[in-house]
Design a protein around this ligand. Sequence first.
Ligand SMILES: [Zn+2]
Length: 405
Amino acid sequence: MGFSCRVCNSKKIKKILDLGMQPWGNDFIPISEKKKSKLYPLNFVICENCKTCQIDFTIPKERMFVNHSYMSGTTDTLKNHFIDVGKSVLKKTKFSKDDYILDIGGNDGTFLKFFRDNRIKVLNVDSGKEQSAISNSNGINCLNNFFDEPLANKIEQSHNKARVIHGSGIFFHLEELKSVFRGVKSLLKSDGILVAEFIYLPSMIKNLAFDQIYHEHLLYYSLSTLQNLLDEFDLEIFDAQEVPIHGGSCVAFVKHKDFKKNRTDNLRLLIKKEQDEGFLDYKIYINFANKVYLFKKEILNLINKLKNEKKKIYALGAPVKGTTFINFMELNEQKIHCAVEINKHKFDKYYPGTKIPVVDQKTISHPDYYLFLSWNFKDEIISKMNSFVDNGGKFIVPFPKLEII
Ligand SMILES: [Zn+2]
């Protein structure tokens, strides 16, 4: 037994970073229930054969993606990002009257709105019960299901093949990765485009953003390793863009290998950069891990110092990645009194693995310091907190470099 690579099945796996025993990042348990989160190992590893970074433990997908609280429509930053991606798609392909775009894991339908508003047919597939209900109520037809090869076959029978298939942040979530890609391969028109959005591993490493590592993220791609996986399905990246969303992501545009289309200069440049900067080597990841262990000391020193000065610190936001952060840092309710949120699904629950309560931002007065857990939406959030800033309030921003602002 033992773990084998999710992409190439090799048993040659090297551990990079041990984040300890961690709860499922979205396991927000109501304070009234007095239950404890179950803990699972969280190790960041690399396959020595195909060089794909991944985690070596899988929590069943039914546990993670049927009832969860993530909503795409919560921030303007993400909405605007999706509109930009939508515009890029329209530049690369033409939709005829009967063509449609499929969004895999399309959540509440935020991405597809842009296309529907441009009178293009849309179809959403999402495993989240609440997410697909919201999508449907917004007039974005959504199948409440996990996307895989059998579902792709059913969709092909009812809708024909898709002009464009989009997936944001899902090609690293899916357990049945190969079934998903076989489904994409068969459902995509011969001259169609797959748009894959994912956390960009080189950005994650450069930003030291280890909090992007959590159980829902099974895989961490560079363009080189993604192409490696796509080779198996005769699919090929022809263009890619680095984008700032989620603290550093990549949007890859993919086609069937036998559909002739030139690779863009931008893609060539990005792949060359990955090679030149050493992302196909092991060393860069070991450096990353060492820096993360040092960073832990740095954060704890800072928080202990502020506590000695009797400062009050709240966490700002309760994103899933904050679970990794807080548990790895071993922060508790004595150090962080609470986490404030705007997502009502998380109110009056404990931050997974801790006794730190999550409270409605509107019902509580400001502390001396906010620890920024939703650091990827920093600019948007700070711009909405003028009164706190004007009264001398401070933010501890952990990434891309620890600073107090
Ligand atoms: Zn491998």
